[in-house]
Write a protein that binds this ligand. Structure first.
Ligand code: CIR
Length: 263
């Protein structure tokens, strides 16, 4: 349902990633208290994340390094991909607005059609969860009603229906839930405002367990911080690839935020 395999050898799975900035430790925090970030460890963990994508059949493309844009490693927030269309977002926090320039350039290089969210709209990629032709979008502190309206206007002619859902307990919708290849939504009771929006909902035991990157029809990438959720998914027949992203979790990041998947 949610996962599309490459049609042929030239139709590759591509993931955009962006190397951590020198001032990573100064990233924005909203729902989490600041604890010290080990930037050397963060660099190693980022290498591990990229390696996990590559080892599982993905080609990574780096968005131009931005040494002083603290949150630029969370590249997912800058673009929303709907088929061959890349929607350049407009961050809800001033400090992240400039991140889109290089991301747009990379999207153009890949031959994607460009659309954009314009002022006064705000929308961050972390608030957008695609499940088949349904696009759930979080109405969060970063994504406003105008941003959602613009997304709907772009998505409708492409065949997607947009459903807005409240997000008050975490930064982004995808910090509270993501989807398995079969469309099951993984969420955590402490984080999800209203599970009744989602027809196939599964509560997982750990907060970090809600975030999965779908690598293939039966493989998902997860944070090492959620071993009980990993066991649950393995019981359901999934292969789980775990990565340590502790330093990014200190900055309210998760496995999805660290890449934009183009498939
Ligand atoms: C921020 O506050 O914007 C970053 N520190 C974290 C962004 C995480 N991105 C995401 O969940 N998609």
């Amino acid at each position: 349902l949610a996962f599309r395999s490459p049609k042929n050898a030239t139709d590759r799975l591509i993931a955009l990633v962006r190397m951590p900035a020198g001032n990573l430790a100064e990233g924005q925090l909203t729902h989490v208290e600041r604890t010290e970030v080990d930037t050397e460890l963060a660099d190693k963990q980022w290498d591990g994340y990229v390696a996990a994508l590559e080892e599982n059949g993905w080609t990574t493309r780096e968005v131009g390094f931005a040494d002083t844009m603290a949150d630029s490693v969370f590249v997912e927030d800058t673009l929303v991909l709907l088929g061959e269309t890349a929607i350049v977002t407009r961050a809800g926090t001033e400090s992240r607005r400039a991140e889109t320039e290089a991301a747009e350039e990379t999207a153009r290089d890949l031959g994607l059609r460009i659309e954009r969210i314009m002022s006064p709209g705000t929308l961050e990629g972390g608030d957008v969860l695609k499940v088949g032709s349904t696009v759930y979008v979080g109405r969060s502190s970063r994504t406003n009603a105008d941003g959602i309206r613009q997304l709907r206007a772009i998505a409708a002619p492409l065949g997607y229906s947009v459903i807005a859902v409240p997000v008050t307990r975490a930064l982004h919708l995808k910090t509270t839930m993501t989807a398995l290849p079969d469309g099951t939504i993984l969420g955590h009771p402490d984080l999800v405002d209203d599970p009744s929006f989602f027809p196939h909902y599964l509560a997982v035991p750990e907060r970090e367990g809600v975030a999965v990157v779908v690598l293939s029809e039966n493989t998902v990438l997860m944070s090492q911080s959620a071993p009980a959720t990993a066991a649950l998914l393995e019981d359901r027949g999934y292969t789980v690839v775990s990565v340590d992203i502790s330093e990014f979790e200190k900055l309210e990041g998760c496995v999805t935020c660290l890449s934009v998947r183009v498939r």
